[in-house]
Design a protein around this ligand. Structure first.
Ligand code: NI
Length: 222
């Protein structure tokens, strides 16, 4: 990128950041702007080790990855139309739009349950960054926060985690602790990039330790 394009791209990224901030201002499900900024930061960290990736596509997709997600918006089709219109206003090329939509429409955990989607290198980086933010101390905090928002109970030893998840039953109410077994503890082995695999390790260990302690305290076997 020469300096002039670089400046232009920075301007587009800033505009998109403001757009997302406004879209997610009323989110209380753990997909707020703070989550987005952490995902962008993690994506930048991974990018340092992936010189072949298109950094602009990675950063824009990281900012936009939750604005058309059904967990966050009531009407997904409407959100897609608004986002497309907005990106056209920002003068993104058809090719850039296609790359971004391919990523944000296919990267979620639920969308990959029935069949694993092929993602571009840029998509793999954003997916890794988003999944890293579901692990570690932040991941635990977000999981309980989300569970409370959805009125899920914390734990019931009589409700077992579901081993056969698909796109439909994944959305059913569940206990917060089961979410660790059905998703969070599996993420470490699903990372795409070497950098994310490394970053996932201590975050994963923290989850394992947390679950062990939680179950000890629950059963009184401390
Ligand atoms: Ni996210």
């Amino acid at each position: 990128m020469n300096n002039k394009t670089n400046k232009y791209k920075q301007g587009v990224i800033q505009a998109i950041q403001a757009f997302v901030k406004q879209k997610l201002a009323n989110d209380f499900s753990g997909h707020d702007m703070a989550h987005i900024e952490r995902v962008v930061r993690l994506a930048e960290q991974i990018l340092q080790h992936e010189p072949k990736a298109n950094a602009f596509i990675v950063i824009v997709s990281a900012y936009l990855h939750d604005v058309i997600d059904e967990k966050v918006v009531a009407d997904v089709n409407q959100a897609v139309i608004e986002l497309r219109d907005y990106l056209i206003l920002q003068a993104l090329t058809d090719n850039e739009m296609k790359m971004i939509f391919d990523i944000i429409e296919n990267m979620s955990y639920r969308k990959n349950l029935n069949q694993k989607k092929e993602l571009s290198l840029e998509g793999q980086i954003v997916q890794d960054a988003d999944r890293l933010d579901a692990l570690g101390a932040i991941g635990i905090g977000r999981t309980f926060y989300y569970g409370g928002n959805k009125h899920n109970i914390m734990y019931d030893p009589n409700i077992s985690p579901r081993m056969a998840l698909d796109e439909d039953n994944y959305k059913r109410p569940n206990t917060v602790i089961n979410h660790f077994y059905e998703k969070l503890l599996l993420l470490k082995d699903m990372m795409n990039t070497q950098t994310a695999k490394k970053l996932a390790e201590p975050r994963h260990q923290f989850l394992v330790q947390f679950i062990e302690q939680f179950e000890k305290e629950w059963t009184g076997k401390e």
